[in-house]
Structures are given as structure tokens and as C-alpha cells.
Design a binder for this molecule. Structure first.
Ligand SMILES: [Zn+2]
Length: 556
């Protein structure tokens, strides 16, 4: 998603020991290492296969009626199924169609299962109540009631009985009933639509089916006075199932005249990302004016953008390309654990810049990357104090920071420079195809990039993802000798010592440029002598914006 960065931070550093002690966790035979790979099953022994939700939204207010059929597979020795559900009243639970006992707390429903360590179960929960979060019930700026799901990161539980964690993806069907005259949109394909009743009691029922597994944080419906504007079919040669991707915008009727606006670029964006990575992974793509608290939220097949963005001159292209990129990264390949959220936000940030490169050229792309780098270097709260893979932050909204977004994106940019375009994109395609419609951790990305490139990347990943900060250095040069140039690079060591390739542009008095690359090891001072054939007027460090670093260059 695109979010405004929060500047109020919660206390942390309570368990700093974890930064220095690598430990192994053994749980139900599932062993993982903690150096950025802190994996504990959220609901051990349970795998949700499918949700079938029925939601009745009212004419006004926030009182909903819901019914959830949750199909689960038991994968270990567990004696109960626990679903997350905050606050709402549960009137009935059935297990495989028989009325079942259940235990209710304010945040969970627990249903005992028959003894065993396997089997499939279908649990149905009937519930109702006034929703306070997750499904945002509010009047739009013209006083009309609207209802939009907004679940990131773990707010599905405020309206959907679910295993509310990104590690457990499932397919989802929606049956949504709303007052006649409202438009309904949800994940997946529209499978049926009907109207019942007459006059003021008339209701519209709409059914949707998402046939690919997605995490609960992407499961949404939108209900409101929306007009659908067709963007046509795109990526026809690239779509899965050899289908085109139908795209449309759902917009408030009074804004229909402003369409398509920047959404005119959406077909090209889907085509381009499809050509870089893989066919578009879902059935359709809707862009929806909504009530999300974020600037944009990448719900699978139904991207929700803030109402304010539509009303203040339109959604910008950067947000549109960012949310579209998430359909591949975040939605189809989902971070299994929250500390790895850069696999979602860093990718969306970088692919948005890649669309700039494709649509506006190399210099616009370079300017984008320079802006991203500057945002990283000016951050003193997250980048300077925490690694990108942040296993200490417990307030999930705090993970929406310049580590997950900008630094994650710039790390991909550096990997591209390190491996070259061919190996880099082949590695991303390998990573995507291995984990499509599943989940991944950072080590999975590294494994794919290493396998395709034949290069070891353990030091790169540890240095950039498991430590705070970035290199800072002074570059001093002198050309006292006629045929050589002395260059010394002194690292500040503020965030420790880094190892990296430093690219330099040697500019002669006529403005001719020669590029050289110096391999800087993780040591305080590195001195090199570069052969030159004429005099050098100026040296530019990192002329193509390929290194995340703060660099001062001076002639001695
Ligand atoms: Zn995002």
C-alpha cells in the first residue's frame, strides 16, 4: 500500500538480545533460524483452504449480518480450530453441518475438533453486530453510506472470522447483499447478480469468487454508489488461462467525467509487469474509489484508493503502478511473516520506478532512484536504527517505513546492478514462479537469485537487510602523477563497514567521461591507483545512482 509515514513511534528495544543471539526454534517439527527468519506458525496444524463469506450491509449505519463457511485442513495434532473475530456477536457455529459447541473470547472463536491429526473440516459461523474496523462503514462526501473492506495488516478479524495472518492463504467466495442501487465489487470474478424485493426493500445480491489463494488482509468487498468505467482488456497474450485481463475503474458517479485520468496508463502497466515477470495472476483488475485509510491498498483484483486522492486531482501514476505491482509481489507471492514485508513494499516501490523507466525514460528513472535514495538517507528513525528485516517491531503499522519501502526498493536496484538485467529478472521470475499463490521469506528470494546467477549473495543480503544504515564515505583523489590517479575511500563506520562496488565517472577538461569501478572491501580505508591517459578535471561518484550511500568527493 501507499501510506503516510507515521512519525509517532511506540517503545521498543525491549528484547535487544535477539539482535545478537541467533537462535533456533523447534515447534511441531518446524525448525527455522532467527537471523531474519523468525518463523513460528500462527495457527500450528491448521491450513485454511477456503472461505465463503456472506455479508449483509444495511441501508445506513454499521450493523452487519455475516455468515462464514471456513474449510480447513488439519496438518498436525491439534484438538481445536481457533478463528480470529473481534467483538461481533456469534449466534451459531456448526462443524460439518452439525451444531457445535464453541468458546468465545472478545477476539477469538474456538471450535473443538474430533481427535486426530488430519482431516478436512467445514466450520460455519453465523454472526452479527456493529463493525468498528476492518469493514469501514461511513458516509461519503455527499452523505451516501458506503462500505469498504480495509484489512491491512490484521484488521480482517474485525468483520471476518478468519485465520488472520499472511502465512495462511485461501480462496474466497463472497455473497454480498446491499440496498438496491448500490454497486458491489469484491475479489475475483463476478459469478451472479440478482435483485429481490421491491420498492424501498429491494436488495441487490452479488456473488464473487477468487479462485486463487490470497491472505485475509487482501479479502475485501466494496459497496457504494459507484459507476464502473471500462478500461478495456489488457495483457491478452500474457494473462494466465490465455485470457485477457479486464480492467475497470469504480468511481463516484459525479467523478465519472474525470475518468480515465491517470488510469489510462493502467493497461500498459499490467502489460509491462507481465512481460517482466509472468502473466497477470488473477481474473480481473478493478481500481476502486474507496474509504481506505491508505493512499492505495493492493487488495487482490480490487485495488482500493483513497477517496481523497480521487477528489484532489486524481490518483497519481506512481500510486497506480505501485498497487498494480503488488498483484504479483505481495498478493500472488506473499510475505509469510511480517518482518519480511519488504518483499511486498520494496518490490512495489521498485517496480513503480521501473514503470517510470519504461514510460518516461532513463533520466526520469535515475531521478526517481535519486529521490528514493535521498528519502532513505534523510531518515533518522527507522533506516538509521533498524534493519530492513525487523523482527523486533511489534506494532505492525510501524513496519510501513522507509526501510520496507524505499530501502527495500533500492536494495533490488543494487541487486540488479550487481547481477545484470538478465540474471536479475530471470532470478525474480524464478522466485515468482516458485512461490506464486504461496508465501515466501527473504531467503527464498536469495536462493532464486543465487541459483540463476551462480553468485553467492549471503554477504550482500546480510549487509543490506539485517543491519541498519548504509555506507558513508569520503572519496579523496589526486592526480599528482601524470599517468595515474590516486583515490582513497575512507568509510565513516557509523553503521559498521560495508563492502560494495563504487562506480566513478572521471571527467576530463573537455567533458569526456570515463567510468571505472572500484571494489571497496569492508575496511576503513581503501586506496587505489587508477591509470589515466590525460588530466582529470572532476570525479563524480556513483554517477548512475546505483549505490545506497552518502558520499563526499574532494580533490586533494
Ligand atoms: Zn504498497
Amino acid at each position: 500500500m501507499r501510506a503516510a509515514y507515521r512519525d509517532i513511534k511506540s517503545p521498543r528495544n525491549l528484547i535487544d538480545m535477539r539482535r545478537i543471539i541467533a537462535f533456533a526454534t523447534a515447534f511441531l517439527g518446524h525448525v527455522a533460524f532467527a537471523s531474519g527468519q523468525d518463523v513460528r506458525p500462527y495457527r500450528p496444524g491448521i491450513d485454511v483452504l477456503d472461505y465463503a463469506f456472506t455479508i449483509d450491509v444495511p441501508d445506513t449505519g454499521a450493523f452487519i449480518r455475516g455468515d462464514a463457511v471456513v474449510t480447513v485442513r488439519r496438518t498436525g495434532r491439534v484438538s481445536a480450530l481457533t478463528l480470529d473475530l473481534r467483538g461481533l456477536r456469534v449466534s451459531r457455529v456448526t462443524l460439518n453441518d452439525a451444531v457445535a459447541r464453541f468458546m468465545r473470547t472478545d477476539s477469538t472463536i474456538t471450535v473443538p475438533l474430533p481427535a486426530g491429526n488430519s482431516g478436512r473440516f467445514r466450520v460455519r459461523v453465523t454472526y452479527s453486530g456493529t463493525v468498528t474496523d476492518g469493514l469501514i462503514a461511513r458516509k461519503d462526501s455527499l452523505g451516501r453510506w458506503t462500505y469498504f473492506g480495509d484489512n491491512w495488516p490484521n484488521r480482517a478479524r474485525f468483520w471476518l472470522p478468519s485465520v488472520d495472518h499472511p502465512s495462511d492463504k485461501a480462496t474466497v467466495s463472497w455473497t454480498v447483499r446491499a440496498p438496491r442501487g448500490r454497486t458491489i465489487v469484491a475479489n475475483g470474478s463476478l459469478t451472479a447478480s440478482s435483485i429481490t424485493g421491491t420498492g424501498r426493500r429491494a436488495r441487490v445480491t452479488s456473488r464473487w469468487r477468487e479462485s486463487q489463494p490470497i491472505p485475509p488482509y487482501l479479502m475485501v468487498v466494496g459497496v457504494g454508489p459507484l459507476t464502473q468505467v471500462d478500461l478495456g482488456e489488457t495483457a491478452c497474450g500474457l494473462a494466465e488461462l490465455r485470457r485477457c485481463v479486464p480492467q475497470s475503474v469504480y468511481v463516484a458517479p459525479e467523478l465519472k467525467g474525470t475518468m480515465p485520468g491517470n488510469f489510462a496508463e493502467a493497461p500498459g502497466i499490467v502489460e509491462y509487469f507481465g512481460s517482466l515477470i509472468a502473466p497477470f495472476p488473477y481474473e480481473k483488475l478493478a481500481h476502486v474509489q474507496s474509504a481506505t485509510r491508505y493512499g492505495g491498498m493492493e487488495n487482490a483484483t480490487a485495488i482500493f484508493y483513497s477517496d481523497a486522492a480521487f477528489r484532489r486531482g486524481g490518483v497519481n501514476t506512481g500510486t497506480i503502478s505501485h498497487e498494480i505491482a503488488h498483484q504479483w509481489f505481495g498478493d500472488a507471492v506473499t510475505e509469510r511473516e511480517w518482518p519480511h514485508v519488504w518483499l511486498s513494499e520494496g518490490f512495489a516501490t521498485y517496480f513503480s520506478a521501473l514503470w517510470t523507466q519504461k514510460s518516461r525514460g532513463d533520466s526520469a528513472f535515475k531521478a526517481d532512484m535519486a529521490r528514493i535514495r535521498d528519502r532513505i538517507l534523510e531518515d533518522t528513525v527507522d533506516v538509521a536504527r533498524k534493519p530492513v528485516i525487523d523482527t523486533l517491531t511489534t506494532e505492525l503499522l510501524d513496519l510501513l517505513n522507509r526501510n520496507s519501502y524505499e530501502k527495500g526498493g533500492f536494495i533490488l536496484h543494487m541487486l540488479r546492478a550487481e547481477l545484470g538485467d538478465s540474471a536479475f529478472f530471470a532470478g525474480l521470475r524464478d522466485y515468482y514462479s516458485r512461490h506464486k499463490h504461496g508465501t515466501a521469506l527473504t531467503a527464498d528470494l536469495r536462493a532464486s537469485l543465487e541459483a540463476v546467477s551462480g553468485k553467492r549473495l549471503d554477504a550482500f543480503f546480510a549487509q543490506w537487510l539485517e543491519r541498519p544504515g548504509y555506507p558513508e564515505m569520503d572519496v579523496r583523489w589526486s592526480d599528482r602523477a601524470v599517468t595515474s590517479l590516486e583515490v582513497s575511500i575512507t568509510q565513516s563506520g557509523r553503521f559498521g563497514l560495508f563492502s560494495f562496488p563504487l562506480r566513478l565517472a572521471l571527467v576530463d577538461p573537455n567533458g569526456n567521461v570515463r567510468r571505472v569501478q572500484v571494489s571497496v572491501p569492508a575496511q576503513l580505508v581503501t586506496s587505489v591507483v587508477l591509470p589515466v591517459t590525460g588530466s582529470v578535471a572532476r570525479i563524480d561518484a556513483d554517477p548512475d545512482v546505483q549505490l545506497l550511500a552518502r558520499i563526499n568527493v574532494a580533490r586533494q
